[in-house]
Design a protein around this ligand. Structure first.
Ligand code: MG
Length: 262
């Protein structure tokens, strides 16, 4: 099953919250979107061709929690050591972009990087969750691009600016429920203009998804719809204006966005 948030308004911003009556939920089956009253809720009876709707980010997170340096080779490629415990930071919901939306390259950065990542969407409020029960709090998986202004990340003490520009968090195109596939089956690949740049499986993560959920939920309450970006593998690099980034997770979907010059 593929869970979507969508709208019939072609121009609705990706950052439109759930309180807007223009935001709808649905499931995609055979290139048709069947509207539902909410995630997992019953169908309303309304349906549209997938190509006729605008997909929005598939969840509306109160926060986007990102894990830095969660693959050893990636930590090394940026000159860092593998961390002893998860390094976490936040992206604001204002950074959300939908599948197909442009990534707007900020004029104050000279190096905007893609970072393909496995996204975990929380389904149940989570606080102080033990590792062995963490899977119970996962709604499902989606593709994330943790777009980063690398020059500003190096310049600043912390990464709020480098990671927080509008459109720096493309997510989607949908969520595949965790009940339908195992984490081990996910295979992440990132392509730029048709060339493969990143490739990894969750087995290569330094901190597993259950450990991340346990760690984060000891710090902050995770709400339904919150998004965890689980870190990027080796192979990050800069985007040129016009480049198309494709983040693919096998059995989940393909998230595609084009970088656009300021
Ligand atoms: Mg990242």
């Amino acid at each position: 099953m593929r869970l979507v948030r969508f709208t019939l308004d072609r121009h609705l911003p990706a950052t439109t919250p759930d309180t807007s009556p223009l935001v709808r939920y649905g499931v995609v089956d055979n290139e048709t979107v069947y509207e539902t009253r909410a995630w997992w809720a019953e169908r309303t009876g309304a349906a549209w061709p997938l190509a006729a709707v605008r997909l929005l980010p598939p969840c509306w997170p109160s926060k986007i929690v990102c894990v830095g340096r969660n693959y050893e080779e990636h930590a090394r490629e940026l000159g860092n050591l593998a961390p002893g415990e998860p390094v976490i930071f936040l992206k604001p919901p204002s950074a959300l972009a939908a599948h197909g939306d442009p990534i707007l390259m900020p004029p104050i950065s000279n190096r905007v990087d893609y970072e393909g990542e496995i996204g975990v969407v929380i389904g149940t409020r989570a606080r102080n969750v033990p590792v062995e029960r963490a899977h119970e709090y996962i709604l499902g998986y989606t593709c994330v691009n943790d777009v980063t202004a690398r020059d500003l990340q190096r310049k600043d003490v912390q990464w709020t600016r480098a990671k927080g520009f509008d459109t720096f968090c493309p997510v989607g195109p949908w969520i595949v429920p965790a009940s339908e596939l195992s984490l081990e089956a996910l295979r992440l690949r990132t392509w730029v203009d048709g060339q493969i740049r990143q490739q990894a499986t969750p087995a290569e993560m330094i901190f597993s998804v259950p450990r991340i959920i346990a760690f984060v939920s000891e710090v902050m309450t995770l709400e339904p719809g919150d998004l965890i970006a689980t870190g990027t593998p080796a192979g990050v690099g800069p985007l040129a204006p016009g480049s198309v980034v494709r983040v693919e997770i096998e059995h989940v979907g393909i998230l595609e966005n084009r970088a656009v010059a300021p």
